[in-house]
Each structure stands twice: as C-alpha cells, then as structure tokens.
Write a protein that binds this ligand. Sequence first.
Ligand code: FES
Length: 155
Amino acid sequence: MAFTLTINGKSHVIDADEGTPLLYVLRDELGLNGAKYGCGVGQCGACTVLRDGAPLRSCFVPAGSLREQSITTLEGMRALDGALHPLQSAFLEEQAGQCAYCIPGMIMAAAGLLRQKPNPSEAEIRTALDANLCRCGSHNRIVRAVKRAAEAMAR
Ligand code: FES
C-alpha cells in the first residue's frame, strides 16, 4: 500500500511495501543515490541520512515507519541556489575522499553532530564519526573537514 514520506522538504508518495528499508526506497524508488549500501545491517554508516536532524542508518529502518518524520539525504544538503553545504565544500577542500564511498554517510553524520554541537572538539568529531567506517584511512582529513565546516558555519 502506498504511503507518504517527506524527503528533502518534499512530500513523496511511495509505492512500496512499508517494510522496505528506507535506503532501498531512496535509491530504487526515488533515484536518490547519495546514501550508499555498505553492510546492510547498520554497522558501517555508508547509508546514513538525517531523520529530524539526527543521523539514521537507512539500510535497515522500514520506510513505512518514517511517515511523520522529515528525512534529509545528501542531495538535500545543497542550498536552494545549488551552492554546496559548507560540509560538502570542506570535504572537497580537505580532499577528504579517497574512494569516497563512505563520504556521504560521513557528511550526514557530521551534519547531525554540527546541529547538536556547532563547535565540536576534535575528540567530539572523532567520537561522533567513530561508527562510520572508512577503509581508505582518510579519517584525519575527514576530521579536518568537519572542523573546517564548523568554522565556516560559525562565520
Ligand atoms: Fe547501513 Fe552499513 S549500509 S550501516
């Protein structure tokens, strides 16, 4: 049965089983490919989106359970004029992506952190991103990018 989700500020009628994981709905039904499939069991963070501003692993959450909530994906991070979000700019400036598969999830987890804590310490950034895995070992550049974005957002 169809249900409605609010994604990136727009209402979408979803014609899928309510138990379908949100990640599948985003990628397969809506063509929003920012969130990635990594492990599929909530362990890697590649699929992270925001639910009402807080990070959510979209790979195992039934989409039908999110009706009353606001979902933000990487695609929704840009400004209305198309400008990159400061996190997206900072990740590019710090060259934080190597293979970059983890980067969308990193950016969304960082966005959740900066919403809660606009000026996090390095330790707080590391703790917030600890469960988002990067197999290339780009962690130091990722942490620098989050710090850089926080500084840019404070100006
Ligand atoms: Fe969702 Fe790994 S794909 S946490």
